[in-house]
Design a protein around this ligand. Structure first.
Ligand code: ZN
Length: 198
């Protein structure tokens, strides 16, 4: 009972710290809309069931699973989005947090990770998604006392990542589909006061 209380307090503290921190930085233009938009049916054709459930349905993989074990053994390299191939993290930002999920103290220089406020499940958290395709990656927590350059922990589902060892070939970027391009054109036309052509 006591342990449970201690755990709960620790969790509550962690979440309240996140709450007190600045909201994720947003650029002046709306960067929250992913470039790549696909139906669930289309994603299912491109992903395994586990990848689909985590990235497209905001699922969470089991901690300390086989993917995590592999992650812990991986050396230098780059982590890409399993859905669209965008660069998300590198081994440089990787650290051992002991939480059972792949942990990074920052996203890679490519800035492919978007942070969004997530108030689901009665908790206030910051969700991390792929900026390019909107894939759910995990969450980011702040101020937990890890001795890293940022004191942040990107707690990421390993199944959402594709690891390429240093010197390996980056995965091919998934192309922006014509549907998304058309939607964007329609939006721009609307903003300009033009009725989009059907
Ligand atoms: Zn992606």
């Amino acid at each position: 009972m006591k342990l449970r209380f201690v755990l709960f307090s620790a969790l509550a503290a962690a979440f309240s710290i996140v709450h007190a921190e600045d909201k994720p930085k947003a650029d002046s233009k709306d960067m929250t809309k992913p470039e790549i938009v696909k139906s669930d049916e289309d994603w299912k054709k491109l992903l395994t069931l586990e990848q689909f459930e985590v990235t497209r349905q905001r699922g969470t993989e089991r901690p300390f699973g086989h993917i995590y074990e592999e992650f812990e053994k991986q050396g230098e390299g780059t982590y890409y989005c399993v859905c669209c191939g965008a660069e998300l993290f590198t081994s440089k930002e990787k650290f051992h947090s002991g939480c059972g999920w792949p942990s990074f103290y920052d996203s890679s220089k490519a800035k492919g990770v978007l942070e969004k406020v997530d108030d689901s499940h009665g908790m206030h958290r910051v969700e991390t998604v792929c900026k390019r395709c909107g894939a759910h990656l995990g969450h980011v927590f702040e101020g937990e006392g890890f001795k890293t350059p940022t004191n942040r922990r990107f707690c990421i589902n390993g199944v959402a990542l594709k690891f390429v060892p240093k010197g390996g070939e980056a995965p091919k970027l998934l192309e922006v589909n014509s549907e998304a391009v058309q939607n964007k054109k329609d939006e721009v036309a609307k903003e300009g006061g033009v009725e989009p052509k059907k």
